[in-house]
Design a protein around this ligand. Structure first.
Ligand code: NCD
Length: 330
């Protein structure tokens, strides 16, 4: 007898996409994240997730997402089980499908025997987190599904934007680099669209431009945006400039990468761009990793005050602590 599809509890708190958040929830999470930020600074012992186990199931490479989720869980007194390269070191290498892996870890047949209480999943296929959630006995957090979404990264990004720009409304936000294959920009645009009067600039080379679906999403919501082929032309109008690397590990067609490399000067954060943004006071963020071969943020500016990507990565811990606690404390 097939056990598909198992109905997950309607009120289970999966985080699969940016639209799973809303401003009210975000405000609640950010209050908590700020509390955790302060507690971490004071080295306070936090033990709200003692006894809980988080599984990090990563079928793709990661540094910050996996480590900051794991650090967040440890900081709350919880425990972690993980496989860092699930496609090679989990039973996926033996042909097991994602559904069976999730059913076992989440204990659908015998909940008390489950291996983990929350699963953080990164997978190369768009929609993998949704598939996982459909059969899971525990909450799933989408930590990146191919070129789909990466909602917890977008959450920490808007936490960062709020810290530096002091607001989430009335902002001009520039997205630079690979806007076609990157998943974060898709989630981030959707999150920022929930706030009033934001304007978007999409600055990308041919072949790496923002997807039609995102443009349609914005048109439907009546949100203003423009596409540009040269950062220099618009940097003076941008409050927060979100820089991304070219997703070489997701791009099949080499010509898109070459196109970028040939026109790179229009998309990197150089000293000139930094100086041009002085009057506006633009902040420059990046989800990392920065590709050291392309230097989309030039080393000569990376330590300047308005380039804040290292602080941004640090916020991953308190923001993910807030998210884990909110999900688990349901
Ligand atoms: C990104 C990702 O994996 O989507 N990294 C991250 O989670 N901080 C961005 C990237 O790989 O370029």
């Amino acid at each position: 007898m097939s056990i598909f599809p198992i109905k997950f509890k309607a009120d289970m708190r999966h985080i699969l996409k940016a639209d799973d958040f809303n401003p009210k929830l975000i405000e609640e999470l950010f209050k908590k994240a700020l509390f955790f930020e302060k507690s971490l600074e004071k080295k306070k012992d936090l033990k709200s997730l003692v006894g809980a186990i988080m599984c990090s199931l990563f079928y793709e490479e990661s540094t910050r997402t996996r480590f900051s989720f794991e650090a967040a869980m440890h900081r709350l007194g919880g425990q972690v089980i993980s496989t860092e390269n699930a496609s090679m070191f989990s039973s996926a290498a033996k042909g097991e499908n994602l559904e069976h892996t999730i059913q076992v870890i989440s204990g659908v047949a015998s909940p008390a025997m489950r291996y983990a209480d929350i699963i953080v999943l990164r997978h190369p296929e768009i929609g993998a987190a949704q598939r996982a959630a459909r059969v899971s006995g525990v909450p799933i957090i989408n930590a990146g599904d191919g070129a789909g979404e990466h909602p917890s990264q977008a959450l920490l990004d808007i936490y960062t934007i709020q810290k530096f720009c002091k607001r989430l409304e009335n902002l001009s936000i520039g997205f630079v680099g690979d806007l076609a294959f990157g998943r974060i920009v898709r989630s981030l645009v959707k999150l920022l669209s929930q706030y009033k009067n934001n304007r978007f600039y999409f600055i990308a080379p041919e072949g790496l431009k923002i997807g039609q679906d995102i443009k349609e999403y914005l048109v439907k919501k009546g949100i203003s945006f423009q596409e540009n082929g040269n950062l220099e032309d618009v940097i003076g109008d941008i409050d927060f400039c979100y820089v991304t690397r070219v997703q070489k590990n997701h791009i099949q067609d080499q010509k898109f990468i070459e196109e970028y490399q040939n026109s790179k000067d229009k998309f990197v954060i150089s000293k000139e761009i930094y100086e041009l943004s002085e009057a506006r006071g633009t902040f420059f963020g990046h989800p990392m990793p920065i590709d050291s071969r392309e230097q989309e943020i030039s080393p000569e500016v990376e330590n300047l005050p308005r380039v804040i990507f290292l602080k941004q990565a640090g916020f991953g811990v308190p923001v993910r602590m807030a998210l884990l606690e909110w999900i688990y404390k349901k």
